[in-house]
Design a protein around this ligand. Structure first.
Ligand code: NAP
Length: 311
């Protein structure tokens, strides 16, 4: 069977660190091209200055992975789907819900696969947590997602621009896990978003959720001003136990005892294994709930100006 020929658009940190090795180790995939405006593509693979050039010039291109900042993702993905190419979206899948809904309809109309990826969900501990939480009474949920923006986003200016998501860029990973494992709907009841005076996106945020399946305290605390070791934890108190997912969803603890889970493929190899299945079956997988919670936090939240931030 001919491999699925895939191009990567937006050849920055995540494309180089995760997408290239995951594509190369999957026998069903072949890296056919990259798009980088700076000309910084992958050695030995054709590199184009725009996605339009790639779509016009690469023979038998089957699929693309869109790894640009989110603000340009809709236009690029639209062009790719219109060109008949299966499309994988890095998270978050767009800046607005309308963009993502449009891409979903377009993929269906063109009978191409659209995959809105949420990499943190691909940890086996996340599925294990979902299984354990199903049927339990949730007394509280506490999301703590604290990291140092200087360490994780050095030199990235787009994160501070409109559509750049600010602290919701990592925070949406927590929300992608929460929406996967919480045994019911989550609604943003209120939120406080902290904007540095000199930035367009928040550096910290605190969200309170409501849910029809829990009257307890359900919170998320996102902080990019954190120094030292990062904290990426979600803790549930249930009627049966304390369940904690730590290290970004990779480790599961029940009453402080670590639960052994299968090793799994790794986040990005698992994403590409799923993408191959979606393409083979001409299916799409687009879950907008994490993005919707971010949008709701902006809609329902209070804005607080905080001291300027220099990266
Ligand atoms: P990045 O290092 O800034 O890379 C993005 C690349 O996209 C840039 O190298 C740039 O390459 C290209 N680009 C930038 N602006 C563009 C524009 N206006 N139009 C077209 N191309 C543009 O960012 P990243 O960290 O890889 O993040 C990209 C996406 O992956 C984000 O949505 C992020 O949330 C997600 N993600 C990142 C990580 C991580 O650890 N970094 C983890 C998971 C997911 P050229 O200038 O050469 O074109």
């Amino acid at each position: 069977m001919r491999p699925i020929r895939i191009g990567i658009i937006g050849f920055g940190k995540i494309a180089q660190d995760q997408h290239v090795p995951s594509i190369q180790e999957n026998a069903r995939l072949e890296l056919a091209a990259t798009v980088s405006r700076q000309g910084n593509g992958h050695p030995g693979v054709p590199c184009f200055a725009s996605h339009g050039d790639m779509l016009r010039q690469v023979d038998e291109l089957d699929a693309v992975a869109v790894c640009t900042p989110p603000s340009v993702r809709h236009e690029i993905a639209r062009d790719c789907l219109e060109a008949g190419v299966h499309t994988l979206l890095e998270k978050p899948p767009g800046v607005t819900l309308s963009e993502v809904e449009h891409l979903t309809s377009l993929a269906a109309a063109r009978q191409r696969s659209l995959f809105a990826t949420w990499h943190a969900r691909h940890n086996p501990a996340v599925a294990a947590a979902a299984e354990r939480l199903a049927g339990q009474v949730i007394r509280s949920m506490q999301i703590v997602w604290h990291e140092d923006v200087r360490k994780w986003h050095p030199g990235q200016q787009w994160i501070w621009e409109p559509g750049g998501f600010g602290v919701f860029d990592p925070g949406i990973n927590a929300l992608s896990i929460a929406t996967r494992i919480f045994p019911g709907e989550l609604f943003v009841r209120d939120a406080e978003l902290m904007f540095p005076e000199n930035k367009q996106t928040p550096i910290a945020a605190h969200l309170n959720f409501a849910s029809s399946v829990s009257g307890g305290e359900l919170t998320a605390d996102f902080n990019w001003r954190h120094r030292g070791a990062e904290a990426w934890n979600i803790t549930f108190q249930t009627d049966q136990s304390t369940l904690k997912l730590s290290e970004g969803g990779s480790r599961l603890f029940v009453d402080e005892q670590e639960i052994a889970v299968e090793r799994g493929l790794g986040e990005y190899p698992s994403i590409y294994a799923d993408f191959v299945d979606l393409v083979d079956e001409r299916r799409s997988d687009v879950d907008i709930r994490p993005l919707r919670l971010v949008a709701d936090a902006y809609l329902a939240g209070r804005r607080r100006l905080v001291e300027p931030f220099e990266s």
